[in-house]
Every structure is written in C-alpha cells, then in structure tokens.
Ligand binder design. Sequence first.
Ligand SMILES: NC(=O)c1ccc[n+]([C@@H]2O[C@H](COP(=O)([O-])OP(=O)(O)OC[C@H]3O[C@@H](n4cnc5c(N)ncnc54)[C@H](O)[C@@H]3O)[C@@H](O)[C@H]2O)c1
Ligand SMILES: O=C(O)C(=O)C[C@]1(C(=O)O)C=C[C@@H](O)C=C1
Length: 298
Amino acid sequence: MSSAEKPLIGHLVIVGVGLIGGSVSLALKKAGVVGHVTGVGRNRDNLELAQRIGIVDAWTHDVGEAVRDADVVLLAVPMSAYASVFAAMAKTLPEHAVVTDAGSTKQSTIIAANKFLPGPERFIAAHPIAGTEKSGAGAAFAELYEKRLCVITPVGDSSATALALVMQLWEKTGSRVVTMDAAEHDDFLASVSHLPHLAAFALVNAVRRQKSEGHDPFCFAAGGFRDFTRIASSSPEMWRDIALSNRDALLGQLDAFQQELNGMREALLADDADRLLKEFSAAREAREAWLAKHGDGL
Ligand SMILES: NC(=O)c1ccc[n+]([C@@H]2O[C@H](COP(=O)([O-])OP(=O)(O)OC[C@H]3O[C@@H](n4cnc5c(N)ncnc54)[C@H](O)[C@@H]3O)[C@@H](O)[C@H]2O)c1
Ligand SMILES: O=C(O)C(=O)C[C@]1(C(=O)O)C=C[C@@H](O)C=C1
C-alpha cells in the first residue's frame, strides 16, 4: 500500500484481542489493507502484549470511546459478552461504521445486534472456522485463516455495502467466504465443532475420575488420547458460552451421539463382531473421504 492509497479499512476496532481478534489484525496488516488498529479489552497485560507484538497500534478499556471514529468494528469476545459490548457502543458508533464478529454461534449474535445495536443492518455476522486450543493475544498468528472457511450469515435487511466490505475483510485474511443461513450454520457447527468439544471434555473427565491410589491411567495415555483430547485444553469459559448459546442444537447432537455409543455398547455386549466391524469401517471410510476432500482446510 503506497502512502497515497487509502486502505480498505481506515480504522479497525477489535473488541476482544485474543487468539481470534489478534489473528484477524495480524492477517489484515500482513495483507496491507488496514490503516490503524485499536484494541479493546479488559486485561491490561494482554493489551500491552498485543501492542508490543504489533497486533494493535493503540488500546483502551472503553468500547464507547474506541468506536467513536471507527470504520469497522470486529467483536471477538466470548458469546456471553455480546449484549454488553453492543450496548456500550450504541451511543458513539458512527453511522457509516460496519460491524462484524467472529463468534462461534450465529443466531444469538444476530438477536443481540437487533436488540442493542442502532442500525443492526450494518452488522454482518461471521464465523471463521479456524482456531486452536490456545487463548490470548500471544497465541495469535497471521496465517490462522489461510485456506479456511469463513461463514457469513447475512439477514434479509443486511446492508449490501456492509456485506460487501465484510466479505472483503474476511477474504483478505486468507479465508474462503461462504454465506449461509444462521440457523443452518448453528446446526452444522453443533455436530462438527461443539459436540466434539463436549465429547473431549467428557472423555478426559471419565479418565480423570478413574484415578485411584497407585493407579493413574493418564500414565499410559499416548497418541490416541492426545489426538482425541487436544481440544479439551481449550478455554472452559469460552466453551461454556458456546454450549449455552447453541443449547438446543447441541442437545440434539448429544442425543444422536449417545445413540451411536449405545449401538456400540449393544454390539460389544452381544459379542457382535460383524456389527462392530461395520460401524468402525463406515466411520473410517467417512473420515478418509473427508480428509481427501477437505484435509488441507477447504
Ligand atoms: N478459539 C477458537 O478456536 C475460535 C474459533 C472461531 C471463533 N471463536 C470465537 O471467537 C471469540 C473469541 O475467541 P478467542 O479464542 O479469541 O478467545 P480469547 O480468550 O483468546 O480472546 C477473547 C478476548 O476477549 C476479551 N474479553 C472478554 N470479555 C470482554 C468484554 N466484555 N469486552 C472486551 N473484551 C473482552 C478477553 O479478555 C480476551 O482477551 C469467541 O466468541 C469464540 O467463540 C473461537
Ligand atoms: O482447532 C481447534 O482447536 C478448534 O477448536 C477450532 C474450532 C473447531 O474446529 O471446532 C473451534 C471453534 C470454532 O468456532 C471454530 C473452530
């Protein structure tokens, strides 16, 4: 970007400068499409770190002040913080400013925007389907979204200009943008993201509860346990919020998963080798097909 050129986004305000918000800033800076980035958060140490490592150019604890001359505002906070963040920016958000987010569930964010944001038509909900089990600005990296999907869930009265800008923003992070209905998004993510996290937390707890004196099953855990449970190292607060904000879809997925486990239990109880083999083979085939098609991200 030459000094005479106007960047795609003059002033970007990121509320929640953690893994996700920090990585958006690093990616957009790397792409040369953002002028000035202000970070908003609660934790001083995290914000100072974010400035030191070049994620933000300035920071504040005050959402209302930060958005006063924003062009784009990105929410990358836990799901339970949306209502208070939207309410805090309501009075000072300039009319031209566009708002997007990175929350893991989409219906709840649209409901919060409709309730608390003036001009909710300039809120374009988004979800980059990329992450790690780590949290905070120190975990952010510019390449997180490269070759990953970003789902955008516009609604009927979404502003066309806001939608175009938000699509460009996410494309500039390196992701492939797809648009989808918010309810459909929440149903899909309940099965391929939220259920696996609950299953990982539950599995670690099941093993943890088996611990007794002189007998620690964790001593014998290796690659299988490590691969299955990496995501159980994720932020408990973040996952509490995601689970509650997609409660109904997740309850449906838990029921379906329990049925699968019951089927395997029955087969085992009945020494039904054929049924076990059939179930294991079908799962392996489905996973291999997924890896072949989407294993590199898209
Ligand atoms: N981690 C992932 O893999 C992943 C992937 C995609 C989307 N998401 C979603 O992105 C969002 C952020 O996740 P993350 O992994 O970056 O979490 P994070 O914990 O790394 O960062 C969140 C930041 O928000 C700050 N914060 C909390 N409440 C706030 C408030 N009221 N006002 C301002 N700042 C506040 C925290 O201090 C923290 O710095 C969540 O909604 C999450 O569901 C996460
Ligand atoms: O790779 C991880 O650690 C993740 O959990 C990332 C992951 C997921 O794939 O479930 C988690 C939450 C999101 O909203 C999107 C992506």
